[in-house]
Design a protein around this ligand. Structure first.
Ligand code: ADP
Ligand code: ADP
Length: 237
């Protein structure tokens, strides 16, 4: 479903590749955790799949078609990808419901939110997804008043409301305590199993990856140093 062919990324002015000749393919029943120390290339890897970073070499194929970095095609591809972030990237002064609705309609929906322009079907759908992440009681609260774990649940709901085919996470639990991190991973696992959604998450906590992933990938200095089953993984050295 998703394939990286000889993908390298070199940032301008850098001497080494941030990602070096990666060849990988993923199927929709996989829950992949990407491990590696800070600077290993995890974030660059996720950003490539999401189309936020264009590879300097190689291609990314999505359903057998090379990903285009032309504006319109890229927009289409990105609609198929839900993304969750370390710092949530929510709009603090807006409600849970309003933030989730922005996932479906993009930044323009900020304007829609202000003028109350959603159909009742759109609102019902957003509420259904808010219920799935366990936040029904919070749906009219401003995001700035929520805990970190609740904010990330909003982030997950916002990613799901666009019905993505791939769910991507760039260190989604790096700002959360261990108990909350576990509960967020458990939610991601439920969603993965229920929706059959290819899930690829960067994480620096090896134990979390081993507990939840069906497949672990490890990067070091932009090189793939491990690709296999969690039980066979030992270290990022
Ligand atoms: P990780 O997510 O594993 O910490 P990154 O993908 O952020 O790793 O970074 C990989 C390498 O690329 C690092 O050496 C980092 O310093 C470099 N890098 C990341 N982003 C940029 C950028 N925008 N410009 C230049 N170098 C970058
Ligand atoms: P009710 O307020 O009678 O339950 P709804 O189910 O339509 O009616 O709305 C429930 C909540 O959804 C409201 O409290 C409001 O905060 C929010 N809401 C309703 N319409 C909009 C809209 N167009 N944009 C954003 N939020 C909305």
């Amino acid at each position: 479903m998703l394939e990286l062919k000889n993908v390298s990324v070199r940032y301008p002015g850098m001497k080494d590749n941030a990602l070096n000749q990666l060849n990988l393919s993923f199927e929709k029943d996989e829950f992949v955790c990407v491990l590696g120390k800070s600077g290993a290339g995890k974030s660059t890897f996720i950003r490539c799949i999401n189309g936020l970073q264009q590879p300097t070499e190689g291609e990314i194929h999505f359903d057998g078609t090379p990903m285009s970095f032309q504006k319109e095609e890229l927009r289409q591809t990105r609609r198929e990808m839900g993304m969750v972030f370390q710092h949530f990237n929510l709009i603090p002064r807006m409600s849970v419901l309003q933030n989730v609705l922005t996932g479906r309609f993009g930044y323009r929906s900020t304007l829609k939110n202000l003028i109350g322009w959603f159909t009742s079907e759109e609102i019902q759908e957003a509420k259904r997804i808010i219920a799935e992440v366990g936040l029904t009681e919070m749906e009219n609260r401003r995001v700035e008043n929520l805990s970190g774990g609740q904010k990330q649940r909003v982030g997950i709901a916002r990613a799901l409301v666009q019905h993505p085919r791939i769910l991507l996470g760039d260190e989604p639990v790096a700002s959360l305590d261990p108990g909350t991190s576990n509960r967020i991973f458990s939610l991601l696992q439920d969603i993965h199993e229920r929706l059959g959604l290819l899930t690829i998450i960067n994480v620096h906590d090896i134990e979390l990856a081993k507990r939840y992933a069906t497949r672990i990938i490890a990067l070091k200095d932009g090189e793939l140093i491990f690709d296999g089953k969690p039980q066979d993984f030992t270290s990022t050295e």
